[in-house]
Ligand binder design. Structure first.
Ligand SMILES: Nc1nc2c(ncn2[C@@H]2O[C@H](COP(=O)(O)OP(=O)(O)OP(=O)(O)O)[C@@H](O)[C@H]2O)c(=O)[nH]1
Length: 609
């Protein structure tokens, strides 16, 4: 029985249809975030389409273009789940292969916005019609745990233009394809096979098992004759075959592969027979990638195996999430994988949604921010380290957390993590006020290895100088960096190889800093459910009257008679409304943070509802 627990959450594995639908994505994301493994399995990288997180674009070693996969349909029959995916290849403009695509595809490839369109191909029907080359079928039996991955493609994808194709050239209109001539003759199976090869090898790696059956079936190919106004006919084409190649992990009987239209059985191999010679050298027979097992791959590459740990603190609204977004982007460009642990005040986990979905995120329970973080941090870290092999783990604490509270727990994980830095964001726009008022804001600074002075666009030079002097008084050893929107180079802060060492609790005790400070600051949080839609004017009038005890408000809301939901963010003195993340839970809410928030939230509600 294949163990899916490291790939999919239990709520998904309990549902065979969902499992069939989610499995390729889970496998592809997982292998692509383990640098040592990715390359060896044949991948160069993966990216989710923002409009459709189930749709991925991928680069494969040695293929200059971009491959893509997009879920198309799924169904279920008892314990059988099945899902179909469309597979695409978007050639690079300089590739000779472009000549074999249709004239319309060739023109599209040469347009300036082609690569931008490819990144968002899942919402682009024209692109899908021009570049779909194959289909993938995923079958899963919930009883036996068996999985079949079936690849369907034609030897030749032939398109005949009934009326011919004219294009405009230097000498005016020219006949590019004669009426009844071939517009496209593409070796679809050969073009797509490198993708299937790497995909199948990724399944074997994630399942830690090689396939134990292989089926190959075929049927006569077809050519498509197209007319104007989107009219199509299809005819058999006997000098081309369509093939279905199916690999099975686990018990083949009882797995429903939709192969009814493929009457001719060409190959039927089962373990322990000798492997079919045409596929004997394929990488999918290896259940382990040499030198790339979870525990040793980085060592064999001469890299320290332990992920670097960064603790990100900073008072409410200082810019932690903004900085984290840049940090992730910077690392993604360097092919490094960042795992994030966030502890959100309020149950909604808004920050997780505001960050892209490209990263593993473990949200911890809400509750007393300091203590809960302390209690669950080890668990969350252990979960991440068991499931992934991140290069960095960033713990983004709430604006009210005192890092001193969980430093001793982190020091217990010294053998699993390299401590890199406590990085503290400071809101230059708010100046020294939070530092003067809240002990926790001072302690976040006293503990910092690096201080990022953010929002300098909202502060005068004189105010900046005063604030810097205050910070230096509190923490004479931390380096201070000035930024806007958290945009600063991680290499500048942490050094090129991130050797920064976090001071451990024993050292800190000497500075007179102690744990658990949550009782002293008197700040609490409150979640306010909003009606599904609200009036824009009334809402803005109410926010204008927020009392100074309210330090932070954020949430998702929908204005009456307006298009999409919006994210609302408030810190004293400024508020923003921006488009909500694509993945919308449908819940409309605000989280209030501050002193006496109960009263503030009640009077807020009274003003505008
Ligand atoms: N003008 C300006 N606004 C900024 C800057 N950096 C962040 N912001 C805005 O400040 C607000 C808070 O930023 P976040 O990055 O969410 O801050 P945070 O520290 O994660 O906030 P919490 O989750 O409440 O702790 C958002 O509306 C940002 O767009 C900056 O440099 N200048």
């Amino acid at each position: 029985m294949i163990d899916f627990s490291a790939l999919l959450p239990p709520a998904v594995t309990a549902d065979p249809q969902l499992t069939a639908l989610e499995l390729p994505r889970a496998v592809l994301m997982r292998v692509n975030f383990i640098p040592g493994v990715r390359q060896r399995l044949g991948w160069r990288g993966v990216k989710e389409c923002t409009g459709n997180p189930g749709a991925l674009t991928l680069k494969v070693v040695d293929a200059p273009g971009v491959f893509a996969i997009c879920p198309q349909a799924s169904d279920m029959d008892g314990e059988q789940g099945r899902a179909l995916f469309d597979l695409y290849y978007f050639p690079a403009p300089e590739e000779d292969l472009v000549e074999s695509f249709s004239i319309a595809a060739g023109i599209t490839v040469l347009q300036d916005d082609f690569l931008d369109r490819v990144r968002e191909f899942a919402g682009d029907e024209q692109l899908q019609a021009l570049f779909k080359l194959a289909t993938l079928q995923l079958s899963y039996n919930g009883n036996t745990g068996a999985v079949a991955v079936s690849f369907m493609a034609a030897e030749r994808q032939l398109l005949i233009s009934a009326e011919g194709v004219m294009i405009s050239g230097i000498d005016g209109l020219q006949q590019a394809v004669e009426p009844g001539g071939v517009d496209q003759d593409l070796a679809a199976q050969t073009v797509m096979f490198p993708f299937f090869r790497a995909l199948a090898a990724s399944f074997s790696f994630c399942f830690a098992a090689a396939p134990n059956a292989l089926l190959q079936l075929s049927r006569p190919g077809r050519k498509i004759i197209y007319y104007q106004q989107n009219r199509f006919e299809s005819e058999f084409c006997y000098d081309s075959k369509e093939r279905l190649l199916s690999l099975v992990w686990g018990e083949q009987r009882g797995l429903s592969i939709d192969d009814s239209e493929f009457p001719k059985l060409e190959l039927n191999w089962r373990d322990p027979e000798e492997k079919p010679c045409e596929y004997a050298d394929e990488p999918w027979w290896q259940k382990q990638v040499p030198g790339a097992r979870f525990s040793v791959d980085k060592n064999t590459m001469g890299i320290s195996e332990k992920p670097k740990l960064i603790i990100l603190t900073g008072f409410l609204g200082a810019g932690k999430t903004s900085f984290l977004n840049h940090f992730i982007e910077y690392q993604a460009r360097k092919n490094a994988f960042v795992a994030i642990i966030q502890n959100e005040i309020g149950a909604q986990g808004l920050d997780t949604k505001l960050l892209g979905q490209h990263y593993a995120v473990t949200e911890m329970d809400e509750g007393c921010v300091c203590c809960t973080l302390s209690g669950n941090l080890k668990l969350a870290l252990a979960e991440i380290l068991a499931g992934f092999q991140p290069d960095f783990v960033v713990v983004e604490t709430t604006g009210l957390a005192n890092p001193a509270n969980f430093l001793s727990e982190i020091s217990e994980l010294e053998d699993q993590l390299d401590f890199c830095s406590i990085t503290t964001l400071v809101d230059a726009a708010q100046g020294a006020a939070p530092l003067e008022k809240y002990g926790v804001a001072r302690e976040q600074l006293m503990l910092a290895d690096a201080v990022i002075l953010n929002k300098i666009d909202q502060s005068s030079e004189e105010q900046l100088a005063q604030l810097t002097a205050k910070i230096q008084l509190l923490n004479p050893v931390a380096s201070i960096y000035e930024t806007c929107h958290g945009e600063c180079s991680p290499a500048q802060i942490y050094g090129v190889n991130f050797a920064g060492q976090m001071r451990l609790p024993n050292d800190r005790e000497k500075h007179g800093i102690h744990g658990h400070t949550h009782a002293e600051h008197g700040i609490s949080s409150l979640l306010l459910d909003l009606p599904q839609s609200i009036g824009r004017e009334q809402f803005l009038a109410a926010t204008a009257k927020l009392p100074e005890q309210v330090l932070r408000v954020k949430g998702v809301l929908q204005f009456e008679n307006e298009g999409d939901p919006l994210v609302y963010q408030y810190v004293p003195g400024s508020q923003t409304l921006s488009p909500a993340p694509e993945e919308d839970s449908g819940q409309r809410f605000l989280v209030f943070i501050g002193e006496d928030v109960q009263r503030s939230a009640e009077s807020f509600l009274n003003t505008f509802i």
